[in-house]
Design a binder for this molecule. Sequence first.
Ligand SMILES: *Cc1c(COP(=O)(O)O)cnc(C)c1O
Length: 427
Amino acid sequence: MTNKQAFSEAKNFIPGGVNSPVRAFGSVGGEPVIIDSGKGAYIYDIEGKKYLDFIQSWGPLIFGHCDEDIQNAVINAAKKGLSFGAPTLAETTLAKMICEKFENIDKIRFVSSGTEATMSAIRVARGYSKKDGLIKFEGCYHGHSDALLIKAGSGATTYGNASSGGVPQEVVKNTYLAIYNDISSVEAIFENNKDKIGVVIIEPIAGNMGLVPADKEFLIALRALCDKFGAVLILDEVMSGFRASEFGSLPYHGVLADIVTFGKVIGGGMNAAAFGGKREIMDCLSPDGTVYQAGTLSGNPVAMSAGIIALGKINSNKNLYDKLENLARRLTDGFKSAANDAGVALHTDVRGSMFGYFFTDKAVKNYDDALKSDVKLFAKFHAAMLAKGVYLAPSQFETGFICEPMSEADIDFAVRAAREAFREIKA
Ligand SMILES: *Cc1c(COP(=O)(O)O)cnc(C)c1O
């Protein structure tokens, strides 16, 4: 079967042929290839074509595909049972590994997806602060729960409008939109809604509008505003956790959140995510407290085993993030110089193993800046790279990922492909 035939078959039975929209390649106007297998830094489609994979399952696979240690842990755990719906040693082991790493995380609860992690974090934050108002930032993605599905509105201080069908206006009426890296937009919301705002959620390194890191000064000021107005600060590190560094975004700003959410890397490729924070907040959760939160497969032993090995490998490999960051810089520097030589402006950024590149000559500080990128040129570049065997995220507004098995030679292969691609798309 060809990729085309398989995708057409998928579309008969699955909406859009995919189980998560970005996989459909809609924003680049192409069609996805159907993946058969992966090994290390590479994936193979059902036609046998090989690609250097810069998506890495959208972040989780920091050790690449089929890492032997993680794979063995999963196999061994699976042999003992797939799920019990009862306490196991593995969940406490992983919880302890994370709590001991972060001074602001006393307790943590596991869930199965990043969506659940942020949704539950907001519920416990509201339960603790006893205030319903929630500030989120334009361009930040926190999963697909109702109250968070709001994108750029016209003004930072207006009520949000749902950016998805099926989300009642009632549900988003407590969600306030602020502008990323613009502290005055946050201050205005706090000032205009005294005693209403109980929660602020932000990606400290935004990865879902392309890669847009928050300024250190901005996050410090955000922390101060939360303290002044009695709001719980949630740093959503579902993507940046164990990706930007072994401590996530923390070394870049030093701001301690009240709650941190994790996902992606902490499951080592399996379905695990989590939210954790200060004891007095986390103890509001049922069964100790009044805030209800639950999950049949939460803390699943197979997923926990994968996470334990992934975090264990991160802890024992002290040069890991330096290596990944060097490769990320080699790639973005290569892209940038290839683009410049072809007369294409590119803005690039790197945070540890995360990289981003915008088709614009301006700095990108927020969602509006990101939206000024040349998405048509991006689409052409993406298609050209795919044809050359380089698998990049099919949207200008996503982040790329380096994995441990990648070598300088792999990066140089991608840069050579980019050089050809830029020449072709400008011709
Ligand atoms: C991926 C992501 C989520 C959602 O996680 P899922 O596991 O896809 O539900 C939430 N927040 C951020 C920052 C993410 O990158």
